[in-house]
Ligand binder design. Structure first.
Ligand code: DCP
Ligand code: MG
Ligand code: MG
Length: 359
């Protein structure tokens, strides 16, 4: 049996702002874009939530609901810094940490339990340590699976601790609305409700064939989750320190134009990964392997962070040209980026669910 924790900061961005400016403590704080633009709420303090303010709501609506709310722009670098600190506290407890976004992670604590501590004591100690060291509260769900732990961490926010004992998964899930179940998005929920399936217990009672007919493989999966059956493992992920792509040639290459083309193609691959991870970096690296297998890298640090394929291939191309002398021929070329900074954001449009930098 596995023991999984899901830990998630309470009102993360807003709580960090309150931490850094204690005058904001106890007050309604909303982080996000401006009401004049088409900004939306990224995070609302629990004081602001009492007025009905929620994430993803237009800032204009938030200000109407709670005119005295203090609005602040997001400071992603600061949130990233706190995120790194909390992840390292998590990794002190177990190496099996899977960050889901800046403010939450799964922890597999099975081995800690095997050493004699109860899962709830582990969770309580973790909450205390985060509070003592970072001055922030997390809510924690404890269960035998990821999906149940994630739902549990949301049950008693803020500063919550919800333990679902082994064997009690199905009873815990039963009364909850279907949209709380993993993988049930708005569309699936609408279809299920139209058929009279409203709670997770209702899904558990559906015949597998009936669900399969309507939702395919996903339907069978939903039913297993509704029954509390989920053995998906915690997948260890670390923060991305660099992104790169390389290629080895079938025949050694010496032609400058052909090599530049390779650099451009690799730059495109790297740029695509950077975009997906919302990263941009200041250090561009070129890796080369000569016909005699000598391998070396050349790098330069730019005054600004780059993400686009054009910027990458320009810098990597310059590094390449400096190496094209004599009759040098190459077996391998690679392009990489490191020295990450958060991608530029339009402050009026905070991204939803940021997975910045993990995986
Ligand atoms: N976020 C965002 N846009 C969203 C949702 C979240 O920019 N639509 C950002 C701001 C949040 C952070 O991600 O502070 C973490 O998201 P959570 O869903 O965990 O929300 P909070 O931590 O703000 O509140 P809580 O977890 O207490 O519900
Ligand atoms: Mg949170
Ligand atoms: Mg979260």
């Amino acid at each position: 049996m596995r023991h999984i924790l899901h830990a998630d900061f309470d009102a993360f961005y807003a709580a960090v702002e309150q931490l850094d400016n204690p005058e904001l403590l106890g007050k309604p704080v909303v982080v996000g874009g401006s009401a004049e633009g088409r900004g939306v709420v990224a995070s609302a303090s629990y004081e602001a939530r009492e007025y009905g303010v929620r994430s993803a709501m237009p800032m204009r609506t938030a200000q109407r609901l709670c005119p005295q709310a203090i609005r602040l722009g997001a400071r992603f670098d600061r949130y990233r810094e706190i995120s790194q600190q909390v992840m390292s506290i998590f990794r002190d407890l177990t190496p099996l940490v899977e960050p889901l976004s800046l403010d939450e992670a799964y922890l597999d604590v099975t081995l800690v339990v095997d050493e004699g501590q109860s899962p709830s004591a582990i969770a309580a100690a973790l909450k205390r340590r985060v509070k003592d060291e970072l001055g922030l509260t997390i809510s924690v769900g404890v269960a035998t699976s990821k999906s149940v732990a994630k739902i549990a961490s949301d049950m008693d926010k803020p500063d919550g601790l919800t333990v679902v004992a082994p064997g009690k998964e199905r009873a815990f899930l039963a009364p909850l609305p279907i949209r709380d179940l993993w993988g049930v998005g708005p569309k699936t929920a609408e279809r299920l409700i139209a058929e009279g399936v409203e709670t997770i217990a209702d899904i558990a009672q559906c015949k597998e064939d009936w669900l399969r007919e309507r939702f395919g493989k996903h339907g069978a999966q939903m039913r297993r989750l509704a029954l509390g059956q989920d053995d998906s493992p915690v997948i260890v992920r670390r923060e991305t320190k660099s992104v790169s792509a390389e290629t080895t040639f079938a025949r050694d290459l010496g032609d400058p134009d052909a090599l530049q083309e390779v650099v451009e193609r690799l730059s495109q691959r790297v740029a695509q990964q950077l975009r997906r991870k919302q990263l941009q970096g200041r250090t561009v690296k070129l890796k080369l392997r000569l016909a005699d297998f000598t391998t070396f890298t050349r790098q330069r640090t730019l005054p600004y962070a780059v993400q686009s394929a054009d910027d990458l291939s320009q810098s990597a191309g310059e590094l390449l040209r400096a190496e094209l002398y004599g009759r040098r021929r190459f077996r391998l070329v690679g392009v990489g980026v490191s020295g990450f900074e958060q991608s530029e954001e339009d402050p009026d449009e905070p991204r939803q669910l940021r997975f910045a930098g993990f995986g």
